[in-house]
Structure formats: structure tokens, C-alpha cells
Design a protein around this ligand. Sequence first.
Ligand code: ATP
Length: 234
Amino acid sequence: MNYILEAEGLNTFYGRSHILFNVSLAVSPGETVCLMGRNGAGKTTTFRSLMGLTSPREGRVMFKNMDCTGQPSYKMARMGMGFVPEDRRIFGPLTVMENLELGRISGRKGRWNSQTVMEHFPILDSCRQRYGGSLSGGEQQMLTIARALMGNPDLLVLDEPTEGLAPVIVSVLKDLIMSLKSTETTILLSEQNIRFATSVSDRVVVIDKGHVVYTGTMEEFKRDENIQAKYLAV
Ligand code: ATP
């Protein structure tokens, strides 16, 4: 199988606390894969391990057929892993345009630039000169995704993108992800919102207490109410 990302047997610790236990997951080019799990299941830690923000003590991260285990996050970003953290990290005193420009990564070229990004994000186009700090939660979420796209990532990693967003904004975000999928953007996201996850993803990986407990296609997952009831808050 041809994977753009393949993580095998990750064991990650915070100090002496063992958080991830042999976590494995893979993403093929063009796919949208969702890592699902309850609060504290280990979704963010998995992404931090992939992105080199917290090095796994054991295991291997292959990205674009290169062993990138424990590489610092700036190198992962240069290699084409675009990470949108849960806490968004918008620069409040900078305008929308200035925040966007910070997403450029020298040497990375592709279809995304400020013009193509704005075409995809009309919500941002209408507030180019506003300060990041004055944006709503939904606008900030769009801006962090747009900023990550400015680096022309080969893989977009979104940590709980719907967290804290009003249902109407979740629906805008869904349309946005669907339109990114139509451009063959490869996406790995984490979610607790089953409805959102099932509407945008091709495959699901479920994590619970730091263990991967399920991997399957979205169709299989939708039929498996047992898994949903056991490992996800429904
Ligand atoms: P959430 O939806 O709450 O972000 P998550 O699935 O992303 O959940 P993680 O943030 O990866 O979960 O947390 C996994 C476990 O690691 C939790 O038990 C959490 O309490 C613990 N943890 C997270 N960050 C730290 C830290 N810096 N030091 C020690 N333990 C931590």
C-alpha cells in the first residue's frame, strides 16, 4: 500500500506518564482519515508525536517514505505536514492577511497562495484587514486552516477543528473540508463530533486510553454501533 503517512507502534510519554501505547495509523494520498476518541483519549498526543512536538519514546513515523521520527516540528512543516492545533494560535494584533502570510513556508510551492486561499474562504476575504483578535471562534478556525494551506502542505492535520464552534459554523467547516477534498488535499483530523466526522471522512481510527481500538472504513464504522457506544460519547 502506498501511504503518505505511516505511524507504527508509537509509545509516547509525558514525563513518567505513559500516554500512547503502540499507536499505529496510516493515511493514503487523497484520503481523509479521522482519529476519533473521547476527551483525553490521546488524539492531541498522537498528533504531537507525528509532528515532532513530543517525540515518541518508541515507534516510527514515516512521512513521504522518509523516516521522520522525532524530527522537530519546523522540519515536519517544511517537509509538508501542515498542523492546525486545537488552540488555533491566531496572532491577535495582526490582521487576517498578516496572519495568513505567516503561513508561507519558503521553498514550498503549490496551488495555494493568498488569492486561491481567499477564493476558498469567502468568510476571510470579507475581513482581510480585521485583527485576528477581533474574529469569532469560527472565523479564527477558518484562518488557522487557511494559514496552514498557505504552506502548501502535502498532508493537512487538523486537531478537533469543530471544538467550541456553533452548529452553523460546523456546517460551513464541513462544506470547506468537502471542497478541499475535491482538490485532493490529504487530511488527517481528530474529532469527537461523530456526525461531522462521518460526513467528511473516508476512514476512521478510534483511540481509547492511548490504545488504537478500531480501524475501518467510514461505511464499516457507521454500521458498527457497538464501537460508537463503547468508545465514543454518544
Ligand atoms: P482532548 O479532547 O481533551 O484534547 P485528547 O484525546 O486530545 O483529548 P490528549 O490531549 O492527547 O487527549 O491527552 C491524553 C492524556 O494525556 C490525557 O490523560 C491527558 O490528561 C494527558 N496529558 C496531556 N497533556 C499532558 C501533559 N502536558 N502532561 C501530562 N499529561 C498530559
